[in-house]
Structure formats: C-alpha cells, structure tokens
Write a protein that binds this ligand. Structure first.
Ligand code: COA
Length: 373
C-alpha cells in the first residue's frame, strides 16, 4: 500500500491586477448609465435605482483589496462588464488547460519530476471550460503524461477533494504520482453588474503533485489525515448548464452566473467547518499548539478569523492563518493552495499544518500535513 505525500505545488498568476478602486469606478459608471436608461421607470417607482458600490464596504466586508484577471479590459469596461476571452480553434490549447499547464510545470520542476513519470491528472475546479473532452485529458496531453485523467468539480472545495482522491489512488496502488490542477477563471462566472458580489472573485491556477513517499523528493509533506464533507444548500449557486444554452452574461440571466446569500453562507459555514476541523484534531489527538499554520480557503477574511479562533482557541496571527485574499480575492478551489504555496517555505521537519477549503455544495475538505525531509 502506497503512502501518499505532497511532493510540490505550483502557482500561475495572471499578469493583470484590478484594484477595488478600479472595479468600483467601472461598476458605478455602469450603474449611472443604467439609472439614466431607466430614469422614467425609476421616477414612476417601477424599479429601484442602482446604488453605488464602495471600496470601503468591499474591504471591510470581505478583506479583498485587489484581484488578478485574465482579461482586464472587458471586466472594467462599463459597456461590457464581463471578461472577453476569445474562443480558440480546436487545434489550439484551451485557455483553462493552458493556465493549468503553467501551474503544473512549476510543481513538476519543484519536485524534479518528469511528466512521463506521472501516472494520472485530475483537473479539480469550479468551472470547466466545456463539457468534454475533459480538461484534465487536454492537460495530460499538453504535458505528455501517460495513464489517465479526469475532471472533478466540488466548487471551492475541489482542491482538497482532489488531494484526497489522488491520495486514495496512491494508497490503493493505482498510481504513484498524481498531478492535481485547479485552473480557476472565476471572472467568467462572476456577474460584474451585481453590486453584492461584483468584487468577490479573481483568476489563477494552482497545481499539487501527490505521490507515493517511496518516489517523492526528500523535502515533501506527509498527508496525515483528510476528511471530506458535503451538505446540500442553494445558498451558493450557479444554474448555468447544458440545458440552458443562452449566453450566460450580464443582468439578463443572473442565475446563470454565481449567486449567493452571503450572510447565510457566513453563518452556516463557519460552524460547519470549525466543528469539522476540531473533530479531525480529536481523531489525530492533535492539540491546537501542535498546528503551526492554517492555510484556509480564501473567501472572506472575517470568516477565516472566526474559524481560526475557534480552532486555535485564540485570535490567529497572520503567521498562523495567512491571507492571500487581499491580493487575489476569492479564487475558489485555488485559494487555500495559494496560501500553502506562498506560506509554507519556513516549515521545519516535524511541523504540522492544515489545508482547508469550503464552499458551494456546501462542501468542505481538510488535509492535515507534516513537513518531512
Ligand atoms: N458597496 C457598498 N455597499 C454594499 C455593497 C457594495 N458593493 N454590497 C452590498 N452593500 C450593502 C448592502 O446593500 C447592505 O446595505 P443595507 O444594510 O443598507 O441593507 C449592506 O451593504 C450589507 O450587505 P450584506 O450583503 O449583508 O453584506 P455582508 O456584510 O454580509 O458582506 C459578503 C457581504 C458577500 C462579503 C459576505 O456576506 C461574505 O463574504 N459571506 C461569505 C460568502 C462566502 O464565503 N461565499 C463563498 C463563495 S465561494
């Protein structure tokens, strides 16, 4: 039976950053136009005017200060308010696979692993570019990886579900080296004309190489324990699908883009996740002091503050629960992996931490790791 470990991670960040001020300026210009276009109906009391968005609200309510996007022009143009990412011909690599490959190459380089020695690819993300063929198979082909590949979607929890799936393949002896990628072009499912959520998401790609300890590089992360949990809720939802084919854009069909009851999500997910982590710590007989760091899902800074406090028993420092949300915004499944990738280089052998994600479904996943080598 194989012993699964994390050999390396990779990160690809888009070149374009959009500040809250830039995003709010374009939203407010869009809202002013909308109000002018609907002046009569507003005056007659038939529709409500669109109020302005505010930088102060966004930062206070979420902790987000900026986000990276694949297409800055479209999302900041009040006449477009959506990313404009041209479709590519079928003989060109698709953009989701392309960014996954960029993150994957970094993970493979860091582990000094050749693609031909990888056995499987999992593409775990909130939004796949198409129904089929699987994005994972395109990534596999682009890298020259033998074996098998498939996509999986567990929304914001996709990466932790992907890590456990990869770990199970290693344990079962079906693979010794599994590449798990999380390409997230979240700007594509975001309604930039919705004041409540226009600021939430950003684009990025991450990769995690899960391998059998027997072939892993000396410096790796032991996977001590994982747990996955789901509980149905419509509070985070996107109804876009193959049975509704009209263009999923703008105000016309807001339910075919990301929608949420943010307050309810906040209230329901914080206890669900804190309890899950505390249960895991009991199973592992792990005291809070034995956990050096929590790499939490990056959706809301206030949520993370509460979860970390419940788990650690005190207000967490930035070193104990690092934030990448301020720079990247919510990048769905990739958030906790960015935090881990960016803030784990200082760990000494024997030190332990937790990668944890949560989101739509509801879904939540924990991956307890220990630095080795
Ligand atoms: N600019 C200014 N004001 C805004 C605003 C904006 N962009 N968006 C909303 N507001 C206003 C609202 O109209 C409301 O005004 P009111 O009090 O006069 O009615 C007020 O701010 C509070 O709005 P609310 O939606 O209750 O804010 P919130 O404090 O719950 O914060 C979220 C909103 C989305 C940041 C927060 O609920 C959240 O992050 N929840 C968790 C979501 C999550 O993790 N989702 C997972 C996604 S994968």
């Amino acid at each position: 039976m194989g012993q699964p470990v994390i050999s390396a991670t990779g990160l690809w960040t888009p070149p374009n950053s959009v500040s809250n001020a830039e995003l709010v300026e374009s939203y407010n210009a869009w809202a002013d136009r909308w109000n002018a276009d609907h002046a009569e109906a507003i005056a007659a009391g038939e529709v409500q005017p669109k109020p302005h968005s505010s930088v102060e609200f966004i930062e206070k309510a979420s902790g987000i200060k900026s986000r990276y996007v694949v297409d800055k022009t479209g999302v900041t143009d009040p006449e477009i308010m959506a990313p404009r990412i041209p479709e590519r011909p079928d003989d060109e690599i698709s953009i989701l696979a392309e960014i996954a490959v960029k993150a994957a190459r970094e993970a493979l380089d860091r582990a000094a692993r050749k693609p031909e020695d990888v056995d499987a690819v999992l593409c775990a993300a909130s939004n796949m570019q198409r129904a089929y063929p699987a994005m994972a198979v395109e990534v596999q082909d682009a890298l020259g990886i033998p074996g098998f590949a498939f996509d999986m979607n567990v929304a914001c929890s996709s990466a932790t579900f992907g890590i456990q799936t990869a770990a199970d393949f290693v344990r079962a002896g079906h693979a010794k080296s599994v590449l798990m990628v999380n390409p997230e072009i979240c700007s594509g499912h975001l309604n930039f004309t919705d004041r409540d959520s226009h600021f939430i998401f950003g684009d990025v790609a991450t990769a995690v190489l899960v391998e059998d300890e027997a072939i892993a590089p000396a410096a790796h992360w032991k996977i001590l324990h994982t747990q996955l949990k789901t509980q149905f809720s419509s509070n985070i939802r996107n109804n876009f699908g193959f049975l509704n084919r009209a263009a999923p854009e703008g105000e016309g069909q807001p339910d075919k883009l990301f929608v949420q009851e943010g307050r309810k999500v906040f209230k329901e997910v914080v206890p669900m996740v804190s309890q899950m982590i505390l249960e895991d710590m009991e199973t592992l007989d792990l005291a809070p002091q034995a956990l050096r760091r929590l790499w939490l899902h990056q959706a809301n800074a206030n949520m993370n503050r509460l979860i970390a406090a419940r788990v650690l028993g005190h207000e967490a420092s930035e070193e104990e629960s690092p934030t990448v949300l301020d720079e990247y915004a919510n990048t769905s499944s990739a958030g906790s992996i960015i935090a881990f990738h960016r803030h784990s280089g200082d760990f000494q052998p024997g030190e332990k931490g937790l990668i944890c994600s949560f989101g739509a479904g509801y879904s939540a996943g924990t991956v307890f790791v220990e630095k080795a080598g």
